[in-house]
Design a binder for this molecule. Structure first.
Ligand SMILES: [Zn+2]
Length: 251
């Protein structure tokens, strides 16, 4: 059994009846557990609703840096954070890709959510893009995962020392992503999980299509190759890593 540890089931591609189709295609491919992350604050309650009606769906609730300026406590309420299906806080982080005009607001939102993570003991799922230095500086005294990790091995080293996990997405399968494969070659296998980040970043051979959780098996296959493991060996290692990263799944 594989877990897609990060995808967005509140996105349009899952609207209406399509959600059940997406989940059935995932189950048929052996992807039997799905962790739905939120980015937009108003997706938090709909994501929880999906988890409440589907036994194999869990949620990480967080506000993406794109929504800098939002007051995190308005959305990450005690009810949300203590919900049995909410296993982590994410995706949260910093993104200076489109410029850093709102840098202070991003840092404020990120810091506020890290504070909530420390208080609740929930692990964090981190988004970082073109913001390695600030991310490393701010991301202290919490545990969690660097989601869709494509940053440098230098940042990986820092976060490995802090006990973090690293999530490989479909990007691992891209022809032009040799550097990402090299980084994952060096990251110890007991610190790796996999994800689709769907609807984004569909792996080879689905590039250009809407990404869905079932496709995470393609990332698993490439990871198995990189780590010189049989797919079923990798499967049980990833399962253990996922449960170690998100212990609330077992409760
Ligand atoms: Zn995401």
């Amino acid at each position: 059994m594989f877990t897609d540890t990060h995808c967005h089931l509140t996105d349009d591609y899952c609207s209406g009846d399509e959600l059940n189709n997406v989940l059935s295609r995932a189950a048929a491919a052996g992807v039997r557990r799905i962790i739905c992350a939120t980015a937009e604050p108003h997706d938090i309650l709909p994501a929880i609703k999906i988890a409440e009606t589907h036994d194999n769906v869990f949620v990480t609730t967080g506000i993406h840096p794109e929504y800098a300026g939002t007051d995190a406590t308005t959305f990450l309420t005690p009810d949300v954070l203590s919900h049995p299906r909410v296993v982590g806080i994410g995706e949260i982080g910093l993104d200076y890709h489109g410029g850093d005009d709102d840098r202070d607001a991003q840092i404020k939102l990120f810091t506020a959510q890290l504070e909530i993570a420390r208080r609740t003991g929930l692990p964090v799922a981190i988004h970082t893009r073109d913001a390695e230095r600030d991310t490393a500086e701010i991301l202290q005294d919490v545990r969690g995962v660097m989601h869709c990790f494509t940053s440098s091995y230098e940042l990986a080293r820092v976060m490995l020392d802090r006990g973090f996990y690293f999530s490989a997405s479909g990007i691992l399968t891209f022809k032009n992503a040799a550097d990402v494969r090299e980084t994952f070659e060096k990251i110890p296998i007991d610190r790796i999980v996999i994800e689709t980040d769907s609807p984004y970043c569909a792996p080879v051979p689905y590039r250009g299509k809407t990404c869905e959780p079932f496709m995470v098996t393609k990332t698993a296959a490439v990871l198995a190759e990189i780590k010189h493991l049989q797919l079923d060996e990798l499967e049980s290692i990833l399962e253990q890593n996922t449960l170690n990263l998100y212990p609330k799944i077992k409760q």
